[in-house]
Design a protein around this ligand. Sequence first.
Ligand code: GRF
Length: 188
Amino acid sequence: MAGRICVLASGSGSLLQALIDSPMQPKIVAVGADRPHVQALTRAEAAGIPTFIVDPHEYSNRLDWDAALNDRIRECEPDLVVSAGFMRILGPATVQSFRGQLINTHPALLPAFPGAHAVRDALDYGVTVTGATVHFIDEGVDTGPIIAQQAVPVLVDDDVERLHERIKVIERQLLVSVVTELMKGQDL
Ligand code: GRF
């Protein structure tokens, strides 16, 4: 797999920043968000990367939003699409268009604790080890084939925020390493 990367993000964009700053100097051709005014877009603009927004609130249903997002990503002609803190489940059009080129990073050791509240759910369950997963995206919620995982211990005085910050340190390293390997065209 070579070349062009499109990153999708919804929040602070620290995963995006890790890619921008990584030694491999990835060719990030666009950063897409599902809402305006997020820090991820500011980070992209600061790095001179074109941005786009496909906001579900501007579409009457999820399939129309998915079609618009799919079109917008296709215009970027990416070799790899990275969902890096993009807090939406991609729809069928986007998943079908980019199957095998679409990866996500998740703050838990899948298949444990899928979904939007992985860190809280792991803490509530009382696990002593959680972690980060980078996986290919399929039609399910955090169900696609796992590419790489790394464990993070839960400490006695952890709250959701503290634990998430430690997981994100690992998540950033894991994402950079997976993207670097994919860009080299190596089998994972
Ligand atoms: C990451 O933990 C990601 O897995 C989760 O949200 C966080 C995004 O962090 N879904 P950031 O916006 O890249 O800082």
